[in-house]
Structure formats: structure tokens, C-alpha cells
Design a protein around this ligand. Structure first.
Ligand SMILES: [Ca+2]
Ligand SMILES: [Ca+2]
Length: 473
């Protein structure tokens, strides 16, 4: 009896010792992770996933023409000069240019693998953001580092740049805390470590225009240069900073709740903007952002980051009007042709696309069907429109896996066109539906659906704002 009790006591004691040991190990590991973690993370609130799902997906980016395939290693940004010569900075330290006759030229070399944003000044100099060296100028005389410090601090992660008409260079700094190779740590950190800076070429001074940005990325000027737009990648939004007028010096939201983390932004000839969207929204990432412990864990074991990031799985660009409304979007939903698209520049009715996973520049024709139209009305493939409507009205989708999309609404069967590329086209036949989808992310209400019209027009609004019908043909 005594020996049995003693044995049970010994066994309990072993269990307790083992439990204590395991607990101590776990505590030690957690302690190690937190102590050695390179971040001091904040919880980051992401926009609801519905904001992304309201932009119907299409596969237009899969139709890009590949320029210079194999010659341009991960070109983050592109610029085209007034003569139609395209410039890009590549990972192997070259500024390469594509002439109108289709020939590529290795134009200037710099000892760097971190050149990103690129623009051309009025005087013809090429200005490049170098994530490790600051702001560079390339011209016939060679390379000059224009600035590498602000307020005595080294500039890290310079990302995108634009020249204003007075010669000032506005440029973004993604993070003052983490460098190019650790940009993902800034995301996990979830803090406003970014800045918008200004370089004055006459005084050679560099100053902070906006501090405390959530990864400052793309920078663009408005048509009249009365404001500039700077994008905050981690916040899925871009801000407007007034350069003149009564709001001079003020900052306000230009567009938020974007379907991805905005990367570079470029002004289009019609006054709208093209914004590349990093595909950071995923259920995995949302989960990570809710837990500081997970952030520490991922920051300590970078292999884990590969499991949750989504930027190399797909690509998307959106066209945003000057009033901040999304007009249209193009994407590669599987990353089959292009992923991690970081910039989109419109020139001569084409989009030129840079990417951090491609070895070419994407060129996408903007034809009449895709070029104009309000909201998502134009530019969305018929199938995407069709699927968006059937989903919006919770209609059964008869052929979910086929290449065709068909559904019934008000007893009328709609089938996507094989011939008409875009739902927004004004030449739709009676059996096709015309759709205008607002993208504000709030309640759903149908504001017009008339089965009596030969040319059906379904207006779907989720803004809860204006109920006024957008003019029909
Ligand atoms: Ca740029
Ligand atoms: Ca960028």
C-alpha cells in the first residue's frame, strides 16, 4: 500500500517536473523570441475584406505584351519621356531604356541592387530613388547622389519620386526603421515609420513634408499641381497633400479602402491616377495582424513570412478618378503572367507595368472598350461583370467552372458575350446587362432594374450615397 502510494507520488512528481520543464522551455522560447524580435509591433486594423471583393476580378493583366523579357530584372518602376523612350531601373544596377524602334539600351550603371522609383525632370535628368543610398540623378555627366540625409538622419528605403514645376523633388521614404531587405518587418511592425520628403535643388536642402506615414510609397502630382498624392501601403489608402490654395499644407484622404496595398501611383493624361495594388489582403495576413505574438514569431523566423504573404501570387492595378472613385481595375488573379505589380504608367493609350517578380515590362493596350466609362462600368470583363452581378443578387450560377457566365434575373436569362470584351461597352445587345457597380463598401441596394427595357440596365449601389441614376446612353 505504502509502496503504491509512494510510486503514485513519484509519478505525480515526474509529471509536475515535466510540466514545469515544458512550461519553462516555452517561456524561455517566447522570451527569446520577444527579446530578439527586431520589431515592436502594433496591432494594425485592416479594411474589411468586403472592400476587395466588391471589385470584380478579371484577368486583363494576363494579356500584357512582355517587353524586354530576360533583359530587365524586377523593374519596380517605369517612366516614359516626351519622346516615347521608356526608362527603368533594374536590380542589377542598370538604368535601361527602350527606344521607340524596340531596341533596349543599357544606359547607365550604378553600384546598387536597390533602385526603385524613377522620374525624368524638365531638364532631362533621370531621378531615381535608391533604397540604400537616397536620391540619385543620372545625366550625361554621370551619377550624383542628390541627398542621402534628412535632419542628420540617413535616408533609408527611398521609394518613389516626382518633380514639381518649380524643380522641387518630392519623394517617399517607406520606412525610417527598416531597410529594403526587411520591408516585411515594417509591415509586421505596423507603425507609421514612413515619410514624404522634399529636395530643393536650389538650396540643396532636404526637408520632411509629412511624417508618420504607414509605409509611404507612390507619389504623384495632380494635373494642376495644386496637390500631390502619396500612398500609404499598409493602410490601403492614398493621401492628398495640398501644395497651394486655402488648404495649403493640409493632408486629407484621397482614396481609402483600396483592394490592395497601394504601391506606385501615376497621373494619367485624363487627370485620373493609376495605382498598383500589392495583394496583401488575405485571411492569413488579417490573422497575423491581430496578434503581437504571431508578429514576433514571424519576424524572428522569416520562413514563416513566406507562408502568409500574397504579393507574388497575383497582381492588380486600379484606375482612380481625381475625385477618389475607382473607375476600373485590371488584374492577374493567379499571377500566371504577372505578379507583384508595383507600378502602372499610361502613355499613348497603353499601360506600362513594372513588377518586383518579373523580368520584363508589361505593356497593355487601353482600347476604346476599356479606356473610358464611369466607375467599374468600363474595363471589367463581361465574365467578371456577370459573376459580380450574380453574386451581388445571390443568384445561382449555372456554370461556375465554365468559361461562360450566365444567370437569371427577373425571369430573364443573361449570358455573357463571347464577342463583346467588356460589359461596360455601349454596344451591348439586348440579352446583355449593363452594370454600374459602386465601390464604397457599405450597404447593398438595387436602385434600378427594369426588365421592361430591351437594353437592360442594372444599377447596383453600395454607397448609401447618391441615388441619382448615372446617365444611360
Ligand atoms: Ca514613379
Ligand atoms: Ca514603390
Amino acid at each position: 500500500m505504502d509502496s503504491t502510494a509512494a510510486s503514485a507520488r513519484t509519478s505525480r512528481s515526474h509529471v509536475t517536473t515535466c510540466s514545469c520543464f515544458v512550461l519553462s522551455c516555452l517561456l524561455a522560447i517566447t522570451f527569446q523570441i520577444v527579446i530578439f524580435s527586431p520589431i515592436s509591433p502594433d496591432i494594425l486594423e485592416l479594411p474589411p475584406a468586403t472592400s476587395a471583393s466588391l471589385v470584380p476580378t478579371n484577368s486583363r493583366l494576363q494579356r500584357v505584351i512582355k517587353l524586354g523579357e530576360g533583359l530587365v530584372e524586377t523593374p519596380e518602376d517605369v517612366w516614359v519621356d516626351k519622346n516615347g523612350i521608356l526608362y527603368t531601373a533594374t536590380r542589377d544596377g542598370w538604368i535601361k531604356r527602350l527606344h521607340r524602334n524596340g531596341s533596349w539600351e543599357d544606359w547607365r550603371k550604378f553600384d546598387s541592387n536597390a533602385m526603385f522609383g524613377i522620374t525624368i525632370t524638365k531638364s532631362g535628368s533621370i531621378i531615381v530613388c535608391d533604397c540604400e543610398k537616397g536620391l540619385l540623378k543620372f545625366d550625361e555627366d554621370g551619377v550624383t547622389v542628390l541627398t542621402s540625409h534628412v535632419n542628420g538622419n540617413e535616408i533609408r528605403l527611398a521609394d518613389d519620386v516626382i518633380e514639381a514645376s518649380d524643380g522641387s523633388l518630392y519623394f517617399s521614404v517607406g520606412s525610417t526603421k527598416f531597410g529594403y531587405h526587411n520591408w516585411h518587418l515594417d509591415l509586421l511592425d505596423g507603425k507609421p515609420n514612413g515619410q514624404l520628403l522634399k529636395y530643393d535643388p536650389s538650396s540643396k536642402d532636404t526637408s520632411i513634408v509629412i511624417d508618420g506615414l504607414y509605409f509611404a510609397n507612390g507619389v504623384a502630382l495632380s494635373t494642376d499641381q495644386d496637390y500631390l498624392v502619396v500612398c500609404e501601403t499598409w493602410k490601403y489608402r492614398c493621401l492628398k497633400y495640398w501644395l497651394s490654395g486655402e488648404d495649403k499644407g493640409k493632408t486629407q484622404i484621397f482614396v481609402d479602402n483600396l483592394p490592395g496595398g497601394p504601391d506606385n501611383i501615376n497621373l494619367a493624361p485624363d487627370g485620373s491616377y493609376w495605382i498598383a495594388q500589392l495583394q496583401l489582403i488575405s485571411s492569413r495576413f488579417e490573422f497575423v495582424h491581430t496578434s503581437k505574438v504571431f508578429k514576433h514569431l514571424i519576424a524572428t523566423f522569416p520562413g514563416l513570412y513566406e507562408l502568409v504573404k500574397g504579393v507574388d501570387k497575383k497582381a492588380m492595378v486600379v484606375n482612380v478618378a481625381a475625385d477618389g472613385k475607382i473607375i476600373r481595375s485590371f488584374d492577374d488573379p493567379t499571377g500566371e503572367v504577372m505578379s507583384f505589380v508595383t507600378s502602372a504608367l499610361e502613355f499613348d493609350d497603353h499601360l506600362y507595368l513594372g513588377s518586383l517578380t518579373s523580368n520584363f515590362i508589361g505593356k497593355l493596350p487601353l482600347n476604346a472598350n476599356t479606356a473610358r466609362g464611369p466607375l467599374l462600368h468600363g474595363g471589367v470583363s463581361c465574365r467578371a461583370c456577370c459573376e459580380a452581378i450574380s453574386e451581388f443578387f445571390s443568384l445561382p450560377h449555372p456554370h461556375p467552372m465554365s468559361m461562360r457566365c450566365a444567370f437569371n434575373l427577373h425571369g430573364v436569362r443573361y449570358v455573357e458575350s463571347d464577342n463583346i470584351d467588356d460589359c461596360g461597352s455601349h454596344q451591348m445587345t439586348p440579352k446583355y446587362v449593363k452594370v454600374q457597380v459602386y465601390n464604397c463598401g457599405k450597404s447593398k441596394s438595387t436602385i434600378g432594374a427594369s426588365p421592361s427595357l430591351r437594353l437592360r440596365q442594372v444599377l447596383v449601389s453600395d454607397c448609401g450615397k447618391s441615388k441619382s441614376q448615372i446617365a444611360a446612353e
